[in-house]
Design a protein around this ligand. Structure first.
Ligand SMILES: O=C(O)CCC(=O)c1ccccc1C(=O)O
Ligand SMILES: [Mg+2]
Length: 340
């Protein structure tokens, strides 16, 4: 298995309640299955995955990629596991001459709606970013909240709803910033704004708290960080979520997302797939996984524009809030173009 490191700066930092994301570093891996190349990406993000150093170490220990997955050797390094699992899936789909999405599901989507990711900023700047996204064709926006005081966040959400009108779907992502009392107060104050959901209002471990918020308020609740710290089956059993936000990088690979999604479907819970602000290889992997899932929700995959550069040209740019799934075999990118 070949491993190459990379580092990409963000165009401007993405401010979240969890801190600023300024730069993304990771590894591209190349594997061979029956003479067919496959490529994967590990872009760790502490809080969701192992550290960069731990990821590097885990990948260095991989001799036989297929065996590493089969023996669960990368159980404690989800980003490393993601790279290996994605590379194997890419190689197998190329061997079978099928797009990755079609190798995951027979009736996959050919294109998907995606949300625009709007970072924390003062109210005027937030409204401007929201209006720009709607002008660019997005009809779903995800606003970061929880980084400033709750009255300011409530004012930001209200101002955006007033600016974009009722036809645009709005999501808010608090990245676990609130306690139960604060979340209760915010959810009561925004009950008239018709948010599609509030993502991770409480810290990751607080499944019971999220279940209480769901019972008390009409605004749906999504879990993100929780899935990186508790088994997804427990999150589902706790009735803590209307939506699970699945990050392939955090869950350990596309196969893990498909597994969570099949359990979620049985529980009547929707899946939204998002990147961890990744390079093109992992973004494409997430796009193919999202395309293989049922449902019509917008996914959180429109993060290429947050990066200053990339490891290769992007075959799936966002156009008017929609991403088309590449139809060529595997991920839809030439491994040699990425690794040389
Ligand atoms: O969902 C999106 O719109 C993009 C992905 C995103 O917001 C994100 C990106 C990196 C780390 C955490 C998160 C998050 O969903 O909290
Ligand atoms: Mg989130």
């Amino acid at each position: 298995m070949r491993v190459h490191d990379f580092a990409l700066d963000l165009r401007q930092p993405l401010t979240t309640a969890h801190g600023d994301i300024e730069r993304r570093e990771g590894f591209l891996v190349a594997v061979d299955v029956d003479g067919h190349k496959g490529i994967g990406e590990a872009t760790p993000l502490p809080g969701w995955t192992e550290s960069l150093a731990e990821c590097c170490e885990a990948l260095a220990d991989v001799n036989d990629p297929k065996q590493a997955i089969e023996t669960d050797a990368l159980a404690d390094a989800p980003a490393a596991r993601h790279a290996v699992s994605l590379a194997l899936a890419d190689a197998r789909a190329r061997r079978d001459d099928a797009p990755l999405a079609a190798s995951f599901a027979s009736n996959s989507h050919t294109s998907l709606p995606v949300n625009s990711t709007v970072g924390d900023a003062p109210v005027e700047e937030t409204v401007e970013a929201a209006e720009n996204a709607v002008s660019a064709g997005f009809d779903c926006l995800k606003l970061k909240v929880g980084a400033r005081d709750t009255d300011a966040d409530i004012a930001r959400l209200r101002a955006v709803r007033e600016a974009v009108g009722d036809d645009v779907s709005l999501r808010a992502d608090a990245n676990g910033a609130w306690d139960r009392w604060t979340a209760d107060r915010v959810l009561a104050a925004i009950s008239d704004l018709d948010l599609e959901y509030v993502e991770q209002p409480l810290p990751a471990e607080e499944l019971a708290g999220h279940a209480v918020l769901r019972r008390r308020h009409d605004t749906p609740i999504a879990l993100d960080e929780s899935l990186a710290s508790v088994p997804p089956a427990r999150a589902l059993a706790s009735n803590a979520a209307d939506v699970l936000v699945c990050k392939p990088m955090a869950l350990g690979g596309p196969d893990r997302v498909l597994d969570v999604a099949s359990h979620a479907r049985d529980a009547g819970v929707d899946i939204v797939v998002t990147t961890t602000i990744d390079a093109v290889v992992a973004r494409l992997g997430s796009l193919h996984v999202a395309a293989a899932l049922p449902g019509e929700r917008a996914h959180g995959l429109a993060t290429a524009s947050l990066l200053d550069s990339d490891v290769a040209a992007d075959p799936a740019p966002v156009s008017k809030g929609i991403m088309s799934v590449p139809e060529s075999p595997g991920l839809g990118i030439d491994p040699d173009a990425v690794l040389d």
